[in-house]
Ligand binder design. Sequence first.
Ligand code: IMP
Length: 432
Amino acid sequence: MAVWEKTNFVTDPLWGDNGKGKVIDLMAQRADMVIRINGGPNAGHTVRNEKGEFALHLIPSGIFNPEAVCALAGTVVVNPILLTEEIKNLRKSDIEINGNNLLISRDAHLIMPWHRTRDNLRETSRGNEKIGTTGQGIGPTYSDRSLREGLRVRDLLSPDFVEKFNKEMSYQEKLAGIMSDNTKTVYYNREKILNDLYEAREMIAPMITDVLPVIWNYHSRRKNILGEAGQGMLLDLDLGCYPGVTSSHPGIAGFNLATGIPPKDVARVIGVTKAYTTRVGEGPLPTELCDEIGEKIRKIGHEFGATTGRPRRCGWLDIPALRYGSRVGGIDTLALTKIDIFDTFSEIKICIGYEVDEVKYVTPPEASNELLAKAKPILTSLPGWEKDTSSCKTFNDLPKNAQRFVMSVQEWAGKRIELVSVGSDRQASIYT
Ligand code: IMP
């Protein structure tokens, strides 16, 4: 038995959007603390439970358990305006949020309007080579953090906040002017931004704290801690398919950076993957289906971005990418979501290998754009089950061909599938 058997971490081995929100909402029922470890409002975690349907961007998906403390780690980037909107929306559905159940790290960097301006200016200047970011200012905020510049959550509470803000804003105006080739002068509406920030500060001030000591306190008392990643391993800044990545670390390394809890103290890392693969933004997707099958998956699976509304690109489940992401993300077991999307399919394919320059890979040695762009998927075909799975409660309730699909994915992925999801509701979950 591991010493810290109660620390678990949920991430995604692929390009995000695989249903972490649902799995975390489910697991959080038993959690004492849920910590969002990376990213910012670029994420969109959809949760459907007895309280309604919610698209969360910053607030951990554990917020529906009134007994759990939720925390935003110092490695998250926080847009204070969007955060307060999210809090207001949840409160409208009678979800209680206060300084006891939501903690915001003083160390988190603030996403300001200029970060979004810079994100968009960069994307425009990249032309055909754009990354397809969510436009939320994620890259520029993390860049400022690496440069050791910018404003942090703690600055909102500082007595010299206005001074810091003024300095920062005039620097950012000059920078945006330079980025637009000095063709225009960029001015921000100082009064409006400050007023918005004061309003946000009033709401979130009681939640701002030093999060690390709280995490360590829970950790040393062997409380049930659940880490929640945003995005997925193939979007990891260092291990993903650079440059088509985000600017943070969704894997076990990111969990460690966010919490100060060493990876050896994590009992298990669960990788959430759908029964098929999707990607938003630019960059290669080896199993992409640019035909009516891809369209059918997108339509039945409602594959449109929760943050941007962009249609997601859809393809067969990409096992080589999954194996790569599981390996570099430290994933132990899998949760397989949305198998019900295939309920009407007579045939389902799985990509079980890549052929790259006549070399075959089960686990590719890297996830570079170059390799993925050249990868020819090696597909295997399985018969569909052509039955409704939404009311299945146990593995044995699943049609035989659905069981076979799950077992095949488990075998090809080389990881135990501990949870199968047959619908977006919390209850539509089967423990294997
Ligand atoms: P950024 O994180 O907005 O800078 O976007 C960088 C890349 O990551 C783009 O390809 C985005 O589409 C992708 N991305 C960022 N966040 C998510 C997410 O939560 N789900 C899926 N893709 C994401």
